[in-house]
Design a protein around this ligand. Structure first.
Ligand code: ADP
Ligand code: ZN
Length: 738
């Protein structure tokens, strides 16, 4: 049963292996069991219903909450060669009817509809003529009032599902649902004793960072500038702040877009597209943005404000790194965020029980922001996971190498100023008094006569405010509730004033700088992808994921056969894009091998003088009949990859060859692989660390040799791509000889 599913996975999507969660869910559905699947963002939920849909007879109905996103999902499927379409209120009755008729004729395997449609009598009549074997409900938590995103239209689902004369199979999918919400989903949808699968929530490729008392704007600007060519989302609490921050980033030269519910439908659509198409790299948005956005190459998600609960946080942060490549999740905490969130709960939820529930969740979020423990562990425990290792090594608490700086004296100045101002003013005014401002309000209140007036005049005003914020975040100070929060001293601060306690602050980390090496081919492929995307009017990630491009850049495939080995390259995409990407890789390699003739004169630091080497190459090439005969090019020209091998046979190391030919070590390695594919026997043992060979063979035994990435993922990071290729080539040849 699963073999068929695996074949579909490989053929359409170009992946060799199901992920843990997918396997179980698909198996359950193929057995005909109603299934509730909780799979974190990026775990591959969509495939978990798309693959059964491709295997079942008839049509699968996919219920999806957002009309605006259906088209994207369907476009993405069409890229994979999967016949799918959508029906929603944007279509005329005629078009709707025509799509249903096509569905009846079996022209679509998947039909996406919005829950609102299900209310329409005429639509339901139309559906009757259709053989619906399977109903997949995406974002199923929307059916629950206890969830974090309740949508009234989802309440129609229960009755709708019951109305089928023959019960279709039901699959409900969501990224996060506490046990309470799970029970509610099962009840609302009337799933009878379903299989429930909760996929491990952990996303090892995401790093988590919380920062407290940071100057947010300055931090974001620096971060976004450092990551200017990567996609990122910045979640901001209010529409007004979205507008402000986006303007600020744009003025500073960043390609920033924005999204919030206060914008017109058209503007939102445009903005979303610009982001999906990589026209704009930073998206500044409220939490209205992102549900169902499956852009896989979002490299970072920053929360400018703390969200209302952990469910929302993990879902939003989880939009980073869906392709499995590293993603950074940063949360900038400030105490005002708590005030705002509490205010929102008070204003919008009236039922006492629900209000309590929301406040409890809010506290969970605040605790996360202050936790000194591993952040990943804190998240996973919140969702009820057990037996989690103490330290993940990939969060700001595990990796905290910042220096502690003693700021007791400054803190004392701040506290005593607040005290002298009688704890009746906000952060802004306190900071101005410390700075020594003589503005009217201060003179009027005679704060210029305080001993603390101007005692921090050497420090920029913003930094004073940052310090005060930090002291609030660290529980020395408290902000009152209400529209104009006032700073007050907490008992901890009194201890500090008395000299009985100290205050220290960690110096903020420098955002990691992008490694400069080895990305040029990746950049080229990315540029090509962008061009194709523009031409095809598709978001770039729908052509190939970042992870797929990165693997291409690492492995430099030379033909279709080696290209399909790359994870994310299925049959349709190979056919459609294979040649053009291969051409790009080839021309990149061509450009890189110019070295041989162009760089005489810069020879001092080379181990071997290039001129000498060049003579060697031609001498050897004259002699080497065998190699010449395998060359596909003209008779008297030895191809670049063969020259590499000749030099290697002459006794030069790969490093020397790379240096002298002015190409990267990677290119030289790939030259050898290419020679091997040409039929040349390469002494692979020279390149395979003896202890790695059995490990690689074992990995190959487990996941097959079609794709390299699954093999790589089973092995420790020390094992290089090239070593894996070497082992594969070594055994391919031996296999043939036997
Ligand atoms: P979710 O809906 O759960 O957030 P998606 O279905 O969008 O996740 O999948 C996330 C990414 O992972 C997509 O780019 C998808 O193509 C990729 N993916 C899904 N399943 C696999 C798999 N078995 N092997 C490799 N990549 C996969
Ligand atoms: Zn950790």
């Amino acid at each position: 049963m699963m073999e068929k599913a695996s074949r579909v996975l490989q053929k359409y999507f170009g992946y060799t292996q199901f992920r843990d969660g997918q396997q179980k869910v698909i198996e359950s559905l193929l057995r005909g069991k109603n299934t509730l699947a909780i799979m974190p963002t990026g775990a591959g939920k969509s495939l978990a219903y798309q693959i059964p849909a491709l295997l079942f007879e008839g049509t699968t109905l996919v219920i999806s909450p957002l009309i605006s996103l259906m088209k994207d999902q369907v476009d993405a499927l069409q890229q994979y060669g999967v016949p799918a379409t959508f029906i929603n209120s944007s279509l005329s009755i005629k078009e709707t009817r025509s799509r249903i008729e096509k569905a009846e004729r079996g022209e679509y395997k998947l039909l996406y509809v919005a829950p609102e449609r299900l209310e329409s009598e005429s639509f339901r009549n139309l559906l009757e003529s259709l053989n619906v074997s399977f109903v997949a409900i995406d974002e199923a938590h929307c059916v629950s009032q206890w969830g974090h995103d309740f949508r009234p239209s989802y309440l129609h689902l229960g009755p709708f599902l019951k109305s089928f004369p023959q019960q279709p199979l039901i699959g409900a999918f969501t990224a996060t649902a506490t046990e309470e919400v799970q029970t509610d989903i099962i009840r609302q949808l009337g799933l009878n004793g379903p299989n429930v699968f909760v996929t491990a929530l952990n996303r090892p490729n995401l790093s988590f960072t919380t920062l407290r008392g940071e100057n947010k704007k300055a931090f974001i600007l620096e971060y976004a500038q450092l990551h200017a060519d990567q996609s990122g989302i910045i979640y901001v609490g209010t529409r007004k702040e979205v507008d402000n921050l986006q303007t600020f980033l744009s003025k500073n030269g960043l390609r920033a877009g924005k999204y919030h519910a206060g914008m017109g439908e058209e503007d939102r659509q445009k903005s979303q597209e610009d982001f999906l198409f990589d026209e704009r790299t930073v998206m500044v948005a409220t939490n209205a943005f992102g549900m169902g956005i499956d852009k896989s190459n979002v490299r970072y998600v920053i929360h400018y404000n703390m969200p209302k609960n952990m469910e929302a946080y993990y879902q939003e942060a989880g939009r980073a790194g869906r392709d499995g490549e590293p993603g950074e999740c940063l949360l900038l905490f400030s105490p005002q965020d708590v005030v705002l969130q509490r205010f929102l709960i008070e204003q919008t939820i009236f039922q006492p029980e629900r209000k309590m529930n929301e406040l409890k969740k809010l506290q969970g979020m605040v605790d996360y922001c202050h936790s000194p423990r591993c952040l990943r562990k804190t998240i996973l425990e919140y969702f009820g996971e057990e037996n989690i290792q103490e330290e993940c090594g990939n969060c700001s608490n595990c990796n905290d190498e910042r220096e502690m700086v003693d700021i007791t004296v400054e803190a004392q100045k701040i506290f005593s100023c607040i005290y002298r101002m009688r704890e009746r003013f906000g952060i802004g005014l306190v900071a101005e008094v410390l700075k020594g401002s003589r503005k009217a309000k201060i003179l009027e209140l005679r704060f210029d006569e305080l001993t603390t007036h101007g005692i921090m005049r050497d420090i920029p005003l913003q930094e004073i405010k940052d310090r005060i914020n930090y002291l609030v975040a660290e529980n020395f100070l408290q902000l009152s509730n209400g529209e104009y929060p006032v700073v007050k001293l907490l008992p901890n601060a009194v201890l500090v004033i008395r000299g009985e306690a100290k205050v220290s602050q960690k110096v903020s980390p420098q955002p990691a700088r992008e490694k400069a090496e080895e990305i040029s081919l990746f950049d080229r492929l990315r540029a090509l992808r962008r061009e194709l995307a523009l031409r095809g009017n598709l978001p770039p990630y729908m052509i190939f994921a970042d992870s797929t491009l990165r693997e291409m850049a690492q492995l430099c495939p030379i033909d279709h056969q080696s290209l399909i080995r790359i994870s994310g390259v299925g049959e349709r995409k190979l056919e459609k894009y294979g040649s053009i990407f291969l051409d790009e890789i080839r021309s990149f390699n061509e450009e890189n091998k110019k070295g041989l003739s162009t760089h005489q004169g810069s020879s001092e630091k080379f181990v071997i003088a290039p001129t000498l080497l060049q003579r060697n190459v031609s001498a050897v090439s004259m002699r080497s009949e065998k190699i010449r005969s395998s060359a596909k090019a003209s008779k008297d020209k030895v191809l670049s990859h063969q020259q590499t091998f000749i030099l290697y046979q002459e006794g030069y190391s790969l490093e020397d060859i790379a240096r002298v030919r002015n190409v990267t070590a990677l290119t030289v390695q790939q030259h050898l692989v290419r020679c091997s594919l040409d039929g040349q026997v390469i002494p692979w043992d020279d390149f395979i660390p003896i202890e790695q060979e059995p490990l690689i063979l074992e990995a190959v035994r487990q996941v097959g040799r079609e794709k390299l990435r699954p093999i790589k993922e089973l092995l420790s990071d020390e094992v290089e791509w090239f070593t894996i290729q070497a082992v594969l080539e070594k055994y391919k040849i031996q296999g043939e000889e036997k």
